[in-house]
Design a protein. Structure first.
Length: 239
């Protein structure tokens, strides 16, 4: 579903932040993207979405990402931002949810159907006509996920989806992510959340892959994590 082939990227000439990066994410996989600050996680997300352009090839569903294919690729990808305030920009949850489908020329009837279906699936019907500035941070994060699902993407990219949430809302978001059928690429420092939601982990270090494999295996490797300035997930730390 998502493939990087020898991708390189530098914000400044001579200072690469992504160095010869290659990986494949199959349809339906849930992959956690982890690494210390500055490892390149956010840059990988932006490259996959076509927000940045580097060297090498990026394929979305087998189609190389370029100017001609960018619109088609973005229809297949949904992006949940770390800060929901940057994503929810309409007055109400409903207006945010129909904005994307209508922009893609979906009929109002079909857009309304999608909204009701997604809200019912996530048990968020009570938020439908709520004003975005009057809902809690956890509710807004859930509404942001609902907004992306209404666009029916084939893959969802998430940047720190559990950050700044209280324990109850964090668990709600984790359970929601686990129930999503789409291909998922999740960037996070919350390794417990990654352990709960992802079957595979890609560990980045200075723009390169330091490890790529089963989440349980990588997230239990104390020495590997510590070499890359990370710590064991809390629920494994005592093991």
């Amino acid at each position: 579903m998502i493939e990087f082939q020898h991708v390189r990227f530098a914000y400044e000439k001579g200072r690469e932040v992504i160095r010869d990066l290659s990986f494949r994410i199959a349809r339906g996989e849930a992959v956690g993207l982890i690494g210390a600050n500055g490892a390149g996680k956010s840059t990988v997300m932006k490259l996959a979405l076509g927000l940045l352009s580097g060297e090498g090839r990026i394929l979305i569903d087998g189609e190389e990402l370029n100017r001609q294919t960018l619109a088609s690729a973005r229809r297949k990808l949904g992006f949940v931002l770390q800060n929901s305030d940057n994503q929810m920009f309409m007055p109400t949850v409903y207006e945010d949810m129909i904005f994307g489908p209508l922009n893609y020329m979906v009929s109002r009837e079909e857009a309304d159907r999608r909204v009701d279906e997604v809200l019912a699936r996530l048990d968020l019907q009570a938020l439908k006509h709520r004003h975005n500035h009057r809902i809690s941070g956890g509710e807004k994060r859930m509404a942001a996920i609902a907004t992306i699902l209404a666009m029916e993407p084939e893959a969802i990219l998430m940047d720190e989806p559990s950050s700044a949430l209280d324990p109850c809302n964090r668990r709600l978001v984790i359970n929601t992510i686990r129930g999503l059928e789409q291909t998922k690429l999740i960037s996070s420092h919350d390794l417990d959340m990654i352990l709960d939601t992802c079957s595979r982990v890609i560990l980045l270090s200075e723009g390169r892959i330091a490890a790529d494999g089963p989440a349980e295996e990588i997230l239990r490797d104390r020495a590997l994590l510590e070499r890359n300035h990370l710590e064991l997930p809390l629920r494994l730390a005592g093991g």
